[in-house]
Design a protein around this ligand. Structure first.
Ligand code: NAP
Length: 288
């Protein structure tokens, strides 16, 4: 954004910081949508597919950008990148913070943005690698309406659904609630397939039995089949979901029994060498 640009205008240039599974796919969508995209990633090899759109540093990537989208691993990685980029962003530029950091960190980032004279959208996303590649994410959005309107070209490129939830950090709060659900059902899938198998039933028949019933979901069928095929190619890595389970367990006023058990299961999965596999690899934790 050029100094003094009103946030009622729509953004044309976007810097994407973080080219992991999600960030790389989202940046590619923004390029396809015709936006003026610059990218940066800590490990430079992930920037290579973006050719001369790749910047040598995060600060260089955000220079002159109307909006900056962060898609980094966790709150600490966002913190360290924010230290570099907030002083380099234009006054009034919009920081779209899409990494899953939990509500406490999102609140902190909103305050840091305000201090730096930068607009802030708390904007985590729902959906994994394939929806990101297809521009079919769900964007959870907490912030000013004018800023949401201003980043419309970005939202249209990466998402098919947007959910507005007031002010930061409400979108990050919603995201943590959603990922607690994902952690619960993913573990449940691994557990029930294991129960069927140990009781001498073909576990594939469990999926058939539940198919089309009220408790069926596309997710159960998709992840269940992946587990049966022992295909743990990552859409969302175990380490990422473990981070989110731990964030959810910090929620005041919620009994942590289930979240603590989930943290144990996902962390033992990671400790057994499956941390960079798909979350469905939590199935391993049920094997005795
Ligand atoms: P990922 O593939 O693990 O990528 C993480 C990114 O963060 C990489 O670009 C990595 O850089 C960077 N990073 C990590 N630590 C850093 C640091 N200290 N300084 C600078 N950069 C750092 O993760 P992802 O799956 O794309 O997810 C990104 C975020 O979106 C996470 O918060 C995740 O929870 C969330 N999310 C993921 C999914 C999903 O299904 N995958 C869905 C929705 C939301 P290097 O390449 O140098 O390691």
């Amino acid at each position: 954004m050029h100094a003094g640009m009103r946030s009622s205008m729509t953004v044309q240039s976007v810097a994407v910081l973080g080219l992991g599974t999600m960030g790389a796919a989202m940046a590619a969508r923004l390029v396809d949508a015709g936006l003026d995209v610059r990218v940066w990633n800590r490990s430079p090899e992930k920037s290579e597919p973006f050719g001369d759109r790749a910047a040598a540093s995060a600060a260089e990537a955000v220079e002159g950008a109307d909006a900056v989208l962060t898609m980094l691993f966790d709150a600490d990685s966002v913190r360290s990148v924010a230290d570099d980029v907030l002083p380099a962003m234009h006054q009034g530029a919009i920081w779209i913070q899409s990494s899953t950091t939990g509500p406490a960190a999102a609140e902190e980032f909103a305050a840091r943005a305000a201090e730096a004279g930068v607009r802030f959208l708390d904007a985590p996303v729902l959906g994994t690698k394939a929806p990101a590649e297809q521009g079919k994410l769900t964007a959870l959005l907490a912030g000013d309406d004018a800023d949401v309107d201003a980043v419309r070209p970005v939202l249209d490129a990466i998402s098919v659904k947007q959910v507005r939830v007031g002010a930061p950090p409400q979108a990050s709060a919603l995201k943590i609630a959603a990922n607690a659900w994902i952690a619960t059902v993913t573990a449940g899938i691994g557990q029930s397939l294991t129960i069927a198998e140990r009781l001498g039933v073909d576990p594939a028949v469990l999926l058939t039995a539940l198919e089309g019933s009220a408790v069926d979901t596309p997710y159960l069928q998709m992840k269940g089949k992946a587990v049966l095929a022992r295909d743990f190619t990552p859409s969302f890595e175990v380490t990422g979901l473990l981070k989110d389970v731990r964030l959810a367990a910090e929620t005041p006023g919620v009994d942590p029994t289930l979240l603590d058990a989930l943290a144990t299961l996902y962390s033992s999965t990671a400790d057994a060498g499956h941390g960079d596999e798909d979350v469905s690899a939590v199935w391993h934790a049920f094997q005795r």
